[in-house]
Design a protein around this ligand. Structure first.
Ligand SMILES: [Ca+2]
Ligand SMILES: [Ca+2]
Length: 244
């Protein structure tokens, strides 16, 4: 396989190696045209995916997946998040990156942990929802009027129109203070946090398919079976220092 390129950018200066001063952003080239962006989280000493993993990125690992449409609406555009991805599939993607990508020395790709998610959401600790305490939402991709118009499902958020019928391009999702997109909207995301139930793992955040207020609360999480997959569940990548 073609050797993968790493480009690290910091203050508009490019480095070709993992330098002594940690860069604040990092971009991995999966091939000549497909890259993946990360943001440094100093307090956790990790890099977190700036966006949910996209179809284009995921298809470097797994070309075939379940349906890419729902009721004629497209879920499979290159910049939409990868869905129909189980916990096991996400772990497989991490193995693929760790085996094939020329990562900076000492870094390993994995899913976010429970405590890491708690920290990433801590900026919302004094409020019920990502946008505040009021209802309906003021921003974010959820099951809105545009979804109802296209899908005609019974449940949707009345008096709210985000303009995205299903999943949105990952760069169009909610952005937090750290510059990380989509943690609280677009697709729910697998974590490595184990549930009390054997073989089940927690999933964080709300999605384009969610309309109930409790699902959009910042502290909401739900456990899913490791082989389970659906059209509103995806994931993102963390790069962390390799454990001995
Ligand atoms: Ca929507
Ligand atoms: Ca998300």
């Amino acid at each position: 396989m073609k050797k993968l390129l790493i480009i690290i950018s910091f203050l508009n200066i490019s480095f070709l190696a993992f330098s002594q001063a940690d860069p604040k952003s990092l971009t991995i080239q999966l091939d000549d045209s497909i890259s993946m962006d990360f943001v440094k989280v100093d307090s956790l000493d990790i890099w977190i995916g700036k966006y949910e993993v996209t179809n284009q990125q995921y298809e470097k690992f797994m070309r075939y997946r379940d349906g890419s449409h729902i009721m004629g609406v497209d879920l499979g555009q290159p910049d939409q998040p990868a869905v129909f991805v189980s916990y096991c599939d996400a772990e497989g993607f991490m193995y693929w990156i760790n085996s094939n990508a020329d990562l900076p020395d000492g870094l390993t790709a994995r899913l976010p942990s429970g405590p890491e998610c708690e920290y990433l959401l801590s900026e919302y600790q004094d409020q019920k929802y990502p946008w505040g305490n009021t209802w309906p939402p003021t921003e974010g991709n959820y099951l809105d009027q545009s979804s109802f118009d296209a899908l005609n499902w019974e449940w949707y958020i009345e008096s709210y129109n985000d303009g995205f019928t299903v999943s949105a391009p990952v760069h169009s999702t909610l952005k937090n203070k750290m510059g990380i997109h989509g943690l609280m909207d677009n697709v729910r995301e697998w974590t490595s946090e184990k549930s009390e139930r054997d073989g089940w793992y927690y999933i964080r955040g709300a999605s384009w398919r969610d309309s109930k207020p409790e699902f959009l609360e910042t502290n909401y999480k739900v456990a899913g079976a490791k082989w389970g997959k659906d059209n509103h569940i995806g994931f993102r990548v963390v790069l962390a220092k390799t454990q001995d």
